[in-house]
Design a protein around this ligand. Sequence first.
Ligand code: FES
Ligand SMILES: [Fe+2]
Length: 360
Amino acid sequence: MSTFVKNAWYIAAWSSEVGRQLLTRTILGEQVVLYRREDGTPAALVDRCPHKLAPLSLGELKGDHVQCGYHGMTFDCSGVCVRVPGQQNIPPTARVRSFPLIEKYNAVWIWMGDPALADGGAIVEVPHYGDADWGLVDGQYLYFRSNYLNITDNLVDPAHTSYVHKKTIGNAAGEDVGVKVEQGDSHVLAYRWIHNAPPVPLVERMADFKGVVDRWQYYYLHLPSTSYVDFGSIDMGIEPTEANKDRGFRSFSFNFLTPETESTTHYFWLHLRNYHPHDAQVSEDVVRLMTLTFDEDAVLLAYVQREQERTGVREYTRLGIDNAPARIRKMVERLQAKETLSLPVHVLRVASDETQSSTS
Ligand code: FES
Ligand SMILES: [Fe+2]
């Protein structure tokens, strides 16, 4: 059964990846071709010609149109066929699906669900984006060999940092500190303060703390799969409150998960910090250390995915730290159920016929 939520915005590509060449990418199990029109606006079509199913991305861009590389059928950016070589009439089935897109935060966002529900306001706000007092690293990408929900499990789980990320964002001081959980309509927050602790290696490298600190980890997960980590440290003696977080080292790490298939995920990330915002060396350190951190998750979660597929089991034992991940999974299931209910009747009928024939 699919774990995808279709009625949501996902990053399809960083803006710099989409140009006047045809870019193919699989998103939510569907192969999509992306390109820019001559006026610079992006376009996205299903990457499959309705004639013999050749990938359109193997064809050519002709102005704003895509010409199939097999027999030359040509489609405009809304997916309407405008030319069939060798004949005058254009068959009514000669069209491909197009997808709503928005360009924001240097990224091209795609809506894979019902276009009537595509609301640009639903893209998560990134605080301090474009603020000159904050250092920005963006355009980063990793490929995870894991279902996206294993990654969302990990991204609302601050407890794993003490074990998986000792070299960067974790240390032993957090091992026995509990995690609190709050839930909103479309997000879950797992958070904790770790008091009187040495700074973690990444903070030690970027900030100038002399001794122990109070540090915080606030892990937000906005449905279905945008993670936002508010992470930092303040000197001991400053009251550890929300308002005082800006008086220390503070960073926002955004991880935008775009499911590719049920077992693989595109992992786009960006990072904002309030320390040395214009220092290129610090930006390089962020890329190196955060890539190292996320790679540690990627390796672990690929093994988890492999064992889940081999055994058919997701987890044998539930712990207290699984509270936030379990909530996310339940909320995602609810979104999926709502999407199924809103599908047109003929689609439901086809789905049910397919289920019956595959079980008979
Ligand atoms: S497969 Fe595309 S025109 Fe024939
Ligand atoms: Fe991690």
